[in-house]
Design a protein around this ligand. Structure first.
Ligand SMILES: NC(=O)c1ccc[n+]([C@@H]2O[C@H](COP(=O)([O-])OP(=O)(O)OC[C@H]3O[C@@H](n4cnc5c(N)ncnc54)[C@H](O)[C@@H]3O)[C@@H](O)[C@H]2O)c1
Length: 109
């Protein structure tokens, strides 16, 4: 089983990734490092079944590929905090947009 964690280099996502890997899951992470850090997933890089992509979830074709290759998605990518939530891209991170992007990418395939 493979899980995709958006925002996987963040606080919750990186801990979830470690927990899933230790439970025998394969894990893919997509994170644009806007507030997350490679330090959070550095210790996971050599774990079998772990892969990561430094990119925004707004990259629809890439997101479609990642979603296709997994069994479950944990959508944790977020602009967390008042300052981050006030940025222009925060509104792009709604769950509905994630799935609309996936559907758009597939309807163009
Ligand atoms: N930490 C908590 O106590 C807590 C409690 C309740 C709910 N939550 C929710 O859980 C989620 C994750 O919280 P967290 O504390 O891990 O936050 P976090 O800021 O540590 O993690 C969010 C991650 O999303 C990434 N990200 C932001 N925009 C992105 C984009 N466009 N594409 C790809 N990645 C992007 C950031 O780089 C970061 O690594 C949020 O929705 C938050 O509201 C957190």
């Amino acid at each position: 089983m493979r899980a995709l964690i958006t925002g996987g280099a963040g606080f919750i996502g990186s801990h979830l990734a470690g927990k899933l890997l230790s439970s025998g899951w394969e894990v893919s992470v997509i994170d644009d490092l806007s507030t997350g850090s490679m330090k959070n997933i550095h210790h996971l890089k050599r774990e079998p079944g772990f892969q990561y992509v430094i990119e925004s979830v707004m990259n629809r074709p890439l997101l479609a590929e990642l979603v296709d290759d997994c069994d479950i998605v944990f959508h944790l990518a977020a602009a967390v905090g008042v300052r981050a939530a006030a940025c222009p891209t925060a509104a792009e991170l709604r769950v509905g947009d994630l799935w609309r992007g996936w559907l758009d990418a597939h309807s163009n395939a």
